[in-house]
Design a protein around this ligand. Sequence first.
Ligand code: FES
Length: 237
Amino acid sequence: MRRQERVSVLGVEAVRPYSLLRVERAGLDPGVPGQFFMLEAPGRLLPRPMSLCLAPPRELAFLVDPVGPGTRALCALERGDRIAVFGPLGNGFQLDVERPLLVGGGIGLAPLPYLSEALGGPPALLGFRSSGHAEAAALLPQAEVVVDPVVVTDVLPADGWDLLACGPEPMLEALVRLQPTAQVAWEAPMACGFGACYGCAVEIGGEWRRLCVDGPVLTCLGARPWDQASLDEEQAA
Ligand code: FES
């Protein structure tokens, strides 16, 4: 059940080139892997959406990529600082899968350690744009890792896997082309996190949908945030 708490920061650890922000869990429910929380970014008007990366006892941990003022402010937090955390929000991954294979690209690694724990450590495949970024794969020790110019779809095993993925849009689109039943965690800028602002709206099958309430995890049988007609044409070609 979602709620808002002001919680203490327990630490910010380098997971190169990202940072793992650890906060006390307080009364917050960690939720289902793939769900997200809105984190107050000090000095910024809007909170930042972060999927839960790890849920150790009495803690919540978020993997943050310091790419802008808000995420840099989160990475600059120090032990004992207090921030508002709101969640869990959105739809997580469906865990009733028979043969899970986790697939992540870049910072899309973020929800996979918690998901891996929930599924008992299934195989995983991670892609990064550089060997420096690939150091973050330490969070998912069983993963096979590829680095650009090799991409995850180059080494994806033959069919028969239930794909659960998070990463950049081209990677997710390619995975769904290969397996239309893949569960994909889609990213979008979010302002409210609970359906009120339409800041996260994307076009899905001709309709505008709010990723914070319809996603971020989409099961692609009935909901794809790209043009279904063009996919069908490609597959028929
Ligand atoms: Fe406000 Fe989704 S973030 S509607």
